[in-house]
Design a protein around this ligand. Structure first.
Ligand code: SF4
Length: 954
């Protein structure tokens, strides 16, 4: 295979909805490096910590490389025949609603399109739903209620043009870091820009906020209905916009007036003074963008929250204008693409409505389908309940891990185990879901497949393959197409390339559209293979009369047409190597010594900038997608739901951390990403910690009637009193009992069907650990003796946190099995049985095999230093003594918790640098490099700088 060493492949990051452009390069020795694409209009060359570490996640360790049936290797034909025949037989015996697909915002649009087409058009059921249901279904429902369409009106550029940004339920600094950096850079240029953070927690995003409203959980509806009422009372309305472009304002204002300011204060947990300051700032600032994400969507009142926000923007005419609008930011890389193809159970393809007979007829004619589904299918939570009660008898899960990510996860796992036929397409051979599959289908991973994704600002970008397919892995679209053919629908599934699928998707979007539907990329209906490969990022709408962003002119497809294109060229894909390079941004070095904010401020073009066309916005002049082309105000009455009880007195909030993604199937492979936070934890306010007898770093049990988890306690005043926060990433693959969604409830928003993942009652108690441990080792450990364990990759091997219910343990024997030490391995040990202290190290020659540290309380050993010993060339006598002593010898210092993943800089080093005069993030960057690559840690560095400076001043 020819490999052009000089050539970088332009692709897109597979993580969050920012949709950053990535340049990936495979060197002749197989080493992969990635960097941000300077020409991509989402990120202009920037990547966050996750994107920067992509090259560390592409190895084949743990990959599913061959089809399997009941755990034995099978050929593709046998596996596909079994899937097709079982689905066909189930449909024949029990009807089309007895089967279901559960898909994912990780899929590419082409994958999504064919899966949706197969289920809704040819099986004749709408039982296809997606993990995007857990992410942003409430935004979709809110958009459709207000606009008549699922339209995101604005663009990223609006975040730079706004004078006020209101961030609601959105920890942008950790969950959409490049957007956070864009905002931080814009604020650096225009310090008069104001930022308000609405979040129960003081997250890292509060770093750039002028005002943090620590709202009560689910207080958002009251906050924004209160705002609408305030705008009405203070004559801060755009009456011309309301009159010309909307209906229902009077009813919405009346409903919003149900609470006076004191009532809003009670419902939100905010003071009247805080409310007054926020409301007057909003009323006075024409250029306002309200950004919201999972804190709004993942709620039993998520759709009302979205509409309460949109109501305020409609009432002020602040929508679709530069620097003004409501802005839903999606969690997943292709949540928007899934919405475009109708990948949710209550949607039809190309933003058409399943309840609308005209739309069904149009899709049926276009697909030449026998049987388009006549009614919405089961949404995710309903789907797994139908699995549990036997209504669904065959399920195909693609690219997602519902045993960990669905609410009431133990019940979901039981339902999957009980289902007669479960197919899972995945890249990994072992996840908590894959292990229950009857048929396992090896799917292509990021870097191995071609397709498109759409980011939060409606920008469509290519993901491109730069690695050859390993083993017998295939792209998801191809797997679905093969099953469709075997089910007897070959004529409709005759695609040979993803370009053909994309061309049909584009053609359907423009089919009988004429401006009646928002989603129209008809300009791309005539795409050919070469055009598809050269496709530039573009924003929709791009109707057929628009010039497409590829060089040649082609006639768009019409309904029923099919294009036959040449197979995808493989000249740019390469064999992967065993090692990866640390990708360093081209901006490294440039940044050191810049003024604070320089990393962000230095990298963005004036005014945001775009490639191709100018950014598109919707609704500045009305023209909504309702029958009368007017937006709908939604009358919303604020309600407050109490879910806590004397037995479960705390509200558990769930979410993400900076350096991990979903269930860690990809980020868990990266030592760099695993060093930021290496174990599951729960944040608790100091007053609650005191109340429940919990100390910092204790192991605690968080529980409710559905389940329990064992996690590390993090006592912090950043948490709201009465609430807990815990991340959703840990699974049975990485922890003993860290599956957080065993606690969350199958309670959903009544309109969107999105689960209330951020508000569940729970209690917390200290786990009576008799002993704690920490270990590093070369091989992956299996520490089943421990009641609590959490493993993470580190450079040179693995690290594991441990806690034991019993301390009557043969520690040397435990250490030997943990390390996989061969007979005769040299062991060094220190035991103080009275003090409960044990330290054991094993060596293979002069290399460390593993080291275990045991103490009666949380182990106070430097994790970074201990892990570094695994990759030391050799450990001399002094080094061995230091390991058994449990502390660095000589001049080594404990780095502390890693803050900067790119350069491995810890909190202790940053604090030390502040004590030596580094008084800004830029100064820390100059001294330690921390924060000068991807910039994701700059908020945390600023917190440490501020805290140390404050301490010094006291
Ligand atoms: Fe990927 Fe980070 Fe960009 Fe999100 S912000 S798309 S995770 S690089």
């Amino acid at each position: 295979m020819e490999i052009d060493e000089a050539r970088e492949v332009r692709t897109t990051c597979p993580y969050c909805g920012v949709g950053c452009g990535v340049l990936a390069k495979v060197a002749a020795d197989g080493q992969v490096s990635v960097r941000g694409d300077p020409d991509h209009p989402a990120n202009f060359g920037r990547l966050c910590s996750k994107g920067s570490a992509l090259a560390e996640t592409i190895d084949l360790d743990g990959r599913l490389l061959y089809p399997e049936i009941h755990g034995r290797r099978a050929g593709w034909d046998e596996a596909l025949d079994l899937v097709a025949s079982t689905f066909s037989q189930t449909i024949a015996e029990h009807g089309p609603d007895a089967v279901a697909f559960y898909v994912s915002g990780q899929l590419l649009t082409e994958d999504y399109y064919v899966a949706n087409k197969l289920m809704k058009g040819f099986v004749g059921s709408a039982n296809i739903d997606t993990n995007s249901r857990l992410c942003m279904a409430s935004s979709v429902a809110g958009h459709r209620r207000a606009f008549g369409s699922d339209t995101v009106p604005g663009t990223y550029e609006d975040l730079e043009l706004a004078d006020l940004i209101v961030l609601v339920g959105s920890n942008l600094a950790w969950c959409h870091p490049v957007l956070y950096q864009r905002i931080a850079a814009a604020r650096e240029k225009r310090p008069e820009m104001k930022i308000v953070l609405v979040d129960p927690r003081r997250t890292m995003t509060s770093d750039i906020a002028d005002m943090h409203l620590a709202i009560a959980p689910d207080g958002d509806v009251a906050l924004f209905t209160g705002l609408l009422s305030y705008l009405g009372q203070h004559n801060a309305l755009d009456r011309a916009y309301i009159t010309t472009h909307t209906t229902g304002f009077g009813q919405a204002l009346f409903a919003a007036s149900a609470l006076d300011l004191a009532g809003v204060a009670t419902a939100t947990g905010l003071s009247e003074d805080e409310l007054g300051r926020f409301y007057s700032l909003f009323a006075a600032t024409a250029k306002t963008v309200t950004v919201y994400s999972q804190g709004v969507n993942q709620s039993s009142s998520g759709t009302d929250k979205v509409n309460a926000i949109i109501n305020c923007h409609l009432a002020t005419g602040r929508i679709g204008k530069p620097g003004a609008g409501p802005f839903s930011v999606t969690g997943q890389p292709n949540a928007m693409g899934g919405r475009e193809v109708g990948g949710m159970a209550n949607m039809l393809a190309a933003h058409m409505e399943i309840e609308n007979p005209e739309h069904r007829d149009r899709v049926q004619r276009f697909w030449n389908a026998p049987d388009v589904a006549q009614k919405p299918g089961l949404k995710a939570v309903e789907m797994f309940q139908a699995l549990a009660d036997g209504r669904i008898k065959a399920l195909w899960i693609m690219a997602t891990n519902p045993v960990d990510s669905m609410p009431d996860a133990d019940a979901v796992e039981a339902a999957i185990k009980a289902c007669p036929f479960v197919v899972v397409s995945d890249v990994l051979a072992q996840t908590d879901t894959v292990r229950h599959a009857h048929v396992r289908l090896p799917a292509a991973a990021w870097g191995e497949k071609d397709g498109i994704v759409t980011n939060s600002e409606r920008r469509v970008s290519r993901q491109r393959a730069f690695l050859e397919l390993p083993g017998e892995a295939r792209p998801d679209w191809q797997i679905v197409v093969e099953v469709g053919r075997r089910m007897g629908f070959g004529g409709a599934f005759s695609y040979e390339t993803p370009a053909e699928v994309f061309a049909e998707h584009a053609a359907l979007s423009g089919f009988e559209n004429d401006g009646a539907r928002d989603f129209d990329i008809g300009a791309y209906a005539g795409v050919n293979e070469g055009d598809y490969n050269a496709l530039e990022p573009f924003q929709w709408p791009a109707p057929s009369q628009a010039a497409p962003l590829w060089p040649a002119g082609h006639l768009p497809l019409k309904g029923g047409d099919r294009l036959l294109l040449q197979p995808s060229p493989t000249a740019n894909v390469a064999k992967r190597g065993q090692s990866v390079k640390l990708p360093i941004s081209p901006l490294e070095g440039e940044m050191a010594g810049r003024p604070e904010g320089g990393a962000q401020a230095g990298g963005w073009p004036e005014g945001g900038g775009t490639t191709g066309r100018q950014p598109t916005r919707f609704f500045a002049n009305g023209d909504f997608y309702t029958p009368d082309r007017k937006a709908r105000f939604i009358a919303i009455r604020p309600t407050v739901e109490i879910r806590t009880s004397p037995d479960y007195p705390l509200i558990l909030n769930t979410g993400r951390i900076r350096d991990h993604w979903h269930t860690m199937t990809r980020t868990g492979k990266s030592p760099r990403l695993s060093q930021h936070i290496a174990e599951p934890f729960v944040e608790i306010h100091p007053a609650d910690a005191l109340r429940f007898g919990i100390g910092d770093a204790d192991i605690v049990r968080v529980s409710n009637p559905r389940g329990d988890v064992l996690v590390r306690a993090l006592v912090t005043a950043r948490q709201r009193q009465g609430s807990l926060f815990a991340p959703m990433h840990w699974t049975d693959q990485f922890s003993a009992r860290g599956r957080l969604d065993t606690l969350t409830a199958p309670l959903t928003d009544p309109i969107s069907g999105q689960p209330a993942l951020k508000h569940v009652a729970a209690r917390i108690e200290k786990f009576a650990a008799k002993a704690f441990g920490f270990a590093v080792m070369r091989q992956r450990p299996e520490p089943d003796t421990a009641a609590y364990w959490a493993v993470a990759k580190c450079k040179g091997g693995w690290r594991v946190e441990l806690a034991f219910a019993d301390d009557d343990i043969d520690w040397a024997g435990f250490a030997g099995s943990l390390f996989g030490a061969p007979p005769g391995a040299e062991m060094s040990a220190y035991h103080d049985r009275d003090a409960g202290q044990h330290r054991i190290a094993a060596f293979d020659g002069d290399r460390l095999l593993g080291a275990l540290f045991v103490a009666p309380g949380p182990v106070a050993v430097s994790r970074g230093w201990a892990a570094d010993q695994l990759s030391a060339d050799h450990v001399d006598r002094r080094g061995r003594l230091a390991i058994v002593a449990g502390r660095p010898g000589g001049v080594d210092v404990d780095r502390g918790a890693i803050v900067c993943s790119c350069f491995g800089v810890g909190a202790n080093q940053i604090a030390e640098a502040v004590r030596h005069g580094c008084g800004s993030v830029a100064a820390i960057g100059a001294a330690l490099h921390a924060g000068t690559n991807c910039g994701s840690c700059r908020a945390e560095i600023r917190v440490i700088v501020d805290a140390q400076s404050l301490q010094a001043a006291e």
